[in-house]
Design a protein around this ligand. Structure first.
Ligand code: SAH
Ligand code: SF4
Length: 368
């Protein structure tokens, strides 16, 4: 396990020759633990309505300049079928925290995908939802849940992620523990280069990935959105603050690489934000520096343009075109598109251990 001091010095390292060693280490750990397959997950942005007011995100409730949409059941199903046609084994349903995307509706969509596309894994990323909802969706057939904790520094988190009306705490760590207990393959991550984030904070984030024993870890650069309070602050403080983590491609890659070192068996995506920062080489560099997953966007184009978490989102091209570009890039770096669900080895290992322990406990119980 890499020590905190070593993580910190890698985060501060900017000698390209030294960094080659970090990229090499991350790539060999990826190869050893996950092999050469790159798993493609079809991302469907099912609703842009959001009741929360995160200071960084363009979908925040108070951004009233944005036209909002919510996809219907049939539309979501059509996107999941599209994912299957393209040869993907996972569909990711993502949205703002939209109460109208209610328990029953989500549950019905999950059951239908399960029934109509049995080999498709279902990942949800619908924000902070109640334990009852998370449990029901798991029972309905959802496999995985993504919920980034954004930053492990409590005061920074509270500042950029204010509680919404019906929740006065917003404790994403508590929800991550619940997701794990419910049997979800559990994913989280952070933004890199949030105004006010220090190197030390980022080292703590990476250590937190390890202590949470996460199955999937997606981190990407913070991208300032001009219609958000944090975006405006970012612009005003452009001269830079001493000790501030840059929201650069290189820094985001360092986080991917160090995450691979700390969590060798987790699935790690080269995130969309990485590609938004550098269309040419964002995905490729992420994959060569520890990542093993890409999430092509399958949201119908008329909605995709409205799902403005940050500006300049990658993936505004058609699905076929996008798929061909991603598949070509994967082949170009000597890797291949995954041909299975690509469950996280970390998840498979920890659940196998839990089952084994369960069996052993049963054996130890007195026989009637
Ligand atoms: N509402 C859900 C899912 C959608 S937001 C949720 O909040 O979990 C998904 C992710 O987008 C967030 O976790 C956040 O890390 C990222 N995000 C939001 N605004 C961003 C920005 N300006 N730059 C980079 N990433 C951003
Ligand atoms: Fe809503 Fe998620 Fe954006 Fe926060 S990050 S405003 S919860 S969509």
């Amino acid at each position: 396990m890499m020590e905190r001091g070593e993580i910190l010095s890698w985060l501060r390292q900017d000698d390209p020759r030294e960094l080659e060693r970090l990229w090499g280490l991350a790539d060999s750990l990826r190869q050893e633990n996950l092999g050469d397959e790159v798993h493609l997950r079809g991302l469907v942005e099912v609703s842009s309505h959001c009741g929360r007011n995160c200071l960084y995100c363009g979908l925040r409730r108070n951004n009233d300049g944005l036209e909002r949409y919510r996809m219907g059941e049939e539309e979501i199903l059509a996107c999941a079928s599209r994912a299957a046609e393209l040869g993907y084994f996972t569909v990711v349903l993502q949205s703002g925290e939209d109460r109208a995307l209610d328990t029953g509706k989500v549950s019905r969509v999950i059951r239908r995908i399960r029934q109509e596309l049995p080999s498709m894994a279902i990942t949800l990323s619908l924000g902070e939802r109640s334990t009852e909802e998370l449990a029901l969706w798991r029972e309905s057939g959802a496999d995985r849940y993504l919920l980034r904790f954004e930053t492990s520094r409590r005061d920074l988190y509270r500042m950029i992620h204010p509680p919404s009306g019906d929740d006065s705490t917003s404790d994403r760590f508590r929800i991550l523990h619940q997701l794990r207990a419910l049997g979800y393959e559990t994913g989280s991550g952070v933004m890199v280069g949030i105004p006010g984030q220090s190197y030390s904070d980022l080292a703590d984030d990476i250590l937190a990935f390890g202590s949470l024993d996460l199955d999937m870890i997606g981190s990407g650069p913070y991208l300032p959105h001009p219609d958000t309070p944090l975006g405006r602050l970012y612009r005003a403080a452009r001269a830079g603050v001493a000790g501030q983590v840059p929201n650069s491609l290189e820094m985001a890659c360092k986080v991917i690489a160090l995450t691979r070192v700390v969590c060798p068996q987790a699935n790690i995506p080269a995130t969309t934000a990485l590609a938004a920062l550098d269309r040419e080489s964002g995905y490729r560099l992420g994959l060569q520096r520890g990542a093993n997953v890409v999430m092509p966007n399958l949201t119908p184009p008329r909605y995709r343009a409205l799902y403005q978490i940050y500006p300049g989102k990658a993936g505004l091209s058609g699905e076929e075109e996008q798929h061909a570009a991603v598949a070509g890039m994967i082949a170009g770096i000597g890797r291949r598109v995954g041909a299975s669900r690509g469950d996280s080895p970390n998840y498979l290992k920890r659940t196998a251990t839990a089952h084994k322990q369960g069996r052993e406990m049963k054996c130890l119980q007195p026989q009637a």
